[in-house]
Design a protein around this ligand. Structure first.
Ligand code: SAM
Length: 290
């Protein structure tokens, strides 16, 4: 189907500011890996509580284990994917009594379908390195083919707040757009809470937003192919502030009688709800758009 969902959606830049942790624990933090470690148990606990109980959790980027701790305390077996080999000894030491393993790997290279074939349906969690967060989400969603049981069930992730806002945005808001709608094709999206920047060490420049994404089974998804849906969403939102009548013209192969469809073409794309965009795609497909 698709591997990369948001391949040309603008990425949000990561603000770094990390240096070194206190002298008692001289771990060199790596800016390039987005290493801002959560220093607030309540927030870590709230993320862990948002996952279905008694499930295996794949944690992305455990760092020094703040979220891992809450996951194992709640009884989740945890498989962590961490790229930084310097963190493995302390993670293994800290969680040696728990049901905990590390996959030493770049999360962008994970084959989610193969992992699910091995472990069963997956729950994902993590305070994501902000610089790769949307690329990673894109790959995860791109792995959701038409299987009756999707390889991934629930995901609870901390994104930088601006991205979290875009994922969970409502029509008419500034954050609403391609990222919102492409994600909604595959998942229900719920904004859970904000984590202030000063709850992380070292403090990043922006707050985090925690989002819960629950994958839809294929029969719950829009009744239009993702390829067509994506083309129309991208076309319309390339010029979101124009009237839909003008924005939609950039979609290649538009049937000649599209204006006869019962939509108010004077509204802007950003005011069309997800359901309306889906209805528009279905009607255009009926008119022959491929
Ligand atoms: N979960 C920890 C916490 O909340 O304190 C750490 C979060 S920190 C924002 C991001 C973590 O992701 C770091 O441990 C970093 O080494 C790891 N990471 C960065 N890029 C990665 C990648 N491509 N694949 C796997 N892990 C990565």
């Amino acid at each position: 189907m698709i591997d990369e969902l948001f391949d040309d959606i603008d990425q949000v830049k990561e603000p770094f500011g990390a240096t070194i942790r206190p002298r008692r624990d001289p771990l060199i933090l790596k800016k390039s890996l987005g290493q801002h470690f959560l220093r607030d148990r309540d927030f870590a606990r709230r993320i862990a509580l948002a996952l279905p109980p008694d499930t295996l959790v794949i944690e992305i980027g455990p760092g020094d284990g703040a979220l891992t701790q809450e996951l194992v305390t709640l009884g989740h077996p945890v498989v962590a994917i961490e790229i930084d080999a310097d963190l493995f000894p302390r993670l293994k030491k800290r969680f040696h009594r728990d049901n905990f393993t590390v996959i030493p790997m770049d999360v962008l290279l994970i084959d989610w379908r193969a992992l699910a074939a091995e472990k069963g349906q997956l729950q994902l969690a993590g305070n994501l390195p902000y610089n790769i967060a949307t690329a990673m989400l894109s790959r995860v969603l791109g792995s959701l083919h038409d299987d009756k049981i999707p390889p991934i069930d629930t995901m609870v992730f901390t994104f930088q707040k601006e991205v979290a806002d875009r994922l969970a945005a409502s029509p008419g808001s500034r954050s609403y757009g391609g990222l919102t709608l492409l994600t909604r094709y595959f998942c229900s999206v719920e904004y859970l809470f904000t984590i202030p920047a000063d709850r992380f060490y070292p403090k990043p420049k922006v707050d985090g937003g925690v989002v819960k994404l629950k994958t839809l089974i294929p029969s719950e998804r829009p009744k239009v192919s993702f390829q067509l849906y994506r083309r129309i969403v991208r076309g319309c939102f390339a010029q979101r502030r124009k009237m839909m009548r003008n924005s939609i013209r950039v979609v290649n192969g538009l049937p000649s009688d599209w204006e006869s469809l019962p939509f108010d073409w004077t509204r802007r794309p950003e005011d069309f709800s997800f359901e309306e965009i889906v209805a528009l795609c279905i009607e255009l497909e009926k008119l022959g758009l491929q």
